[in-house]
Design a protein around this ligand. Structure first.
Ligand code: ATP
Length: 221
């Protein structure tokens, strides 16, 4: 579904990706972990079609990231919402941009309200929301069109338990419905809850991949 082979990306003297190879199947949750600066966000940005690698190949359903953009949902690490419009207006905007209209749009919004627990905040402007409420809103904008590939870059950073629970619940639900999910995080217990395959990034490449049990087995001692 998502295939990335031997990606290299340099920023001047800094090599952000250095032979980064990773694939994610339909219905699979891959948890991408690694130290600050390991290249996780750079990889997400390449798959999102926001930046291009210097070399290597990425395909989504066999298509380039730009050609596959409509099938991808992205919740970037840094929250990017419009502070003076409401949560509902965000969902209408992102839904319309993805081609949803009328009853389809209304029912997609209703689904997001339930899945991400937005009832209390749906008519509030996002500039007045807490960090966790903004995270849930941002995830809803990424999910509204039911993408077949979902890229979540640290979606629970700074989130409280309610937001964390809502996020993990919706991610499991999407994977259960067949979406491929790439989930970057610094919180390993979340990946156990998700039953994710863990991919460990280090210095711009994937150095290990497996379930948490498999990776623990490989540790020395
Ligand atoms: P974190 O866990 O802190 O979010 P990360 O694994 O997402 O880190 P990246 O943000 O992909 O890491 O950064 C990888 C490397 O590339 C780092 O050394 C970073 O400083 C560098 N880098 C990323 N974006 C840029 C940029 N736009 N210009 C210059 N260097 C960059």
């Amino acid at each position: 579904m998502l295939e990335a082979i031997d990606l290299v990306k340099r920023y001047g003297p800094v090599t952000a990706l250095d032979g980064f190879t990773l694939h994610v199947e339909a219905g699979e949750i891959v948890g991408l972990v690694g130290h600050n600066g390991a290249g996780k966000t750079t990889f997400v940005e390449i798959v999102s079609g926001l930046i291009r690698p210097d070399s290597g190949r990425v395909t989504i359903h066999g298509k380039s990231p730009t050609a596959a953009r409509g099938q991808v949902g992205v919740a970037p690490q840094h929250i990017g919402l419009y502070p003076s419009i409401t949560v509902r207006e965000h969902l209408e905007l992102y839904g319309r941009l993805a081609g949803l209209r009328k009853a389809g749009l209304r029912s997609a919004i209703d689904d997001m309200v339930v899945a991400l627990r937005l009832t209390e905040i749906i008519n509030r402007k996002t500039g007045a929301l807490s960090g966790g409420q903004q995270r849930r809103t941002q995830a809803a904008t990424a999910l509204i069109h039911r993408p077949s590939l979902l890229l979540l870059d640290e979606p629970t950073a700074g989130a409280d338990q309610e937001t964390r629970d809502a996020m993990l619940g919706v991610v499991k639900q999407c994977a259960g419905e067949g979406a491929a999910i790439l989930y970057t995080t610094h919180y390993l217990p979340e990946l156990t809850v998700l039953g994710a395959t863990i991919a460990v990034a280090r210095q711009g490449k994937i150095i290990a991949r497996g379930t948490d049990d498999e990776l623990l087995k490989d540790l020395p001692g």
